[in-house]
Design a protein around this ligand. Sequence first.
Ligand SMILES: Cc1cc2nc3c(=O)[nH]c(=O)nc-3n(C[C@H](O)[C@H](O)[C@H](O)COP(=O)(O)O)c2cc1C
Length: 348
Amino acid sequence: MSSARSDEDSVDWVGCLTYKSVATATPSARDLDILAARARVRNRSLGITGMLLFEDGCFLQSLEGPPRSLSALWASIKRDARHNHIEVLSEHIASARLFSEWDLLLDGRADSTPRVTGAAGTLPPAMAEHIARLVELALNADDQRVNAMIASFADQGWTSDAILSLLIEPAARALGDAWLDDSCSEIDLTIALSMLQLAGHAVRYSPSSQTIRNSQYRILLATAPGEQHMLGTTLLADQFLEAGWQVEMAFPDSDEALTNQMNAQHPDAVDLGLSEVLPRIGAIERLRSTVKQSRQAAGNYPTVISVGGRLFAEAAATAMSVGADHARTGLAGTSVRLAELVQKSRKL
Ligand SMILES: Cc1cc2nc3c(=O)[nH]c(=O)nc-3n(C[C@H](O)[C@H](O)[C@H](O)COP(=O)(O)O)c2cc1C
C-alpha cells in the first residue's frame, strides 16, 4: 500500500485543480491571513503549491501537487463551512508546476474595490509571464506563435477550461486595460482580439456527456444588443458545438432584433454576452431591460437566460441584479452548467 502510494506520487506529473467558491461570511484581512498561514503549513507538508484569491465575496484557488495529496486536501476544502457554491473550473494533470515557489500565495482584498482580476500584474510571475507573452504576440498579430503557444499548453495537458480561464480570458482583459490606459490603439486591440479568437478556435474540448448530446438542446449565443466585442460569444460557440448543442448566433444591434430571433427560434437557452475585454460598468441597466424583454419573448417556452462578460467575471454579485437565470463568471464549463439548468427547467 505504502509502496503503491510512493510510486504514484513520485512520478513527475502533478495534479492541478482550479475552483471558485462563494464565502459564507466576509472574511477580514486577518481571517484570510490566518487561513492562508495554516494552509501553507499543511500544503508544504503535502507538497502542494498554489494560489488563493479573495475578492467580492468569492474565492478563486489553484492548487497543484501529487494527485493523492491533492485529493486528500480537496476533500477537506470541499467540506469547509467558510465557503459554498464550489465550482471546479479546471482539473488536469500537468508535467510542470505553475506555482512552484508558493505553498499558497494569497492575494486578497477584504474591501470591495473593483480590481482587474485578469491583469497580469496580479498573478504569480509564471502565469503573468504567459499572459504577457500571449498579449504581446496578439498585439503583434503573430497568429502562428499565438496558435503555437496555445497548442503547447494543450500538449502539456492543460484542459480547454484552464486555457480559457487562465490564459485567454486574462489576456483579453489585459488587452482591455492596455487600451483603457492608451498603451494600444483601437485597431491594435481589434487585431489582437481576433488573434485570441483564432487561438480560441484551436482549443480542444473534451467530449461532453451522452445525455447532453442526445438532448440536442438549442442555444442562441448573442452579444448583448449593441456590444461590439464578440470574443466571448464566438469562443462559447466552439464549446457548445463540441458539447453537442445546436447553436445559433446573433449579434443584434437592438433588443427588438434579439427578441425577433428568439421568437423565431425558441431556444432552450440564450446567452447574452457583454465584452470579455472591458468592464462595461454602465451596461447593467440596459442589460436588465434586455433580459426582461427576452423573458417576455420566450413567453411560455422555458428558456434559460444566461449573461456573461468581464463585468460578471469581476463582480459576480451583479448577476442577480439583471434578472438572469445564470451569470457566467468565465467561459469555462458554461455548456455543462446551462445543460443542467435546462434539464432543471424541464422538470419544473
Ligand atoms: C477557500 C479556502 C481555501 C483553502 N485552502 C487551503 C489550502 O490550500 N490548504 C489547506 O491546508 N487548507 C486550506 N483551507 C482550509 C481547509 O478547508 C481545512 O480547513 C484545513 O485543511 C483543515 O482540514 P481538516 O478540517 O480536514 O482537518 C482552505 C479553506 C478555504 C475556505
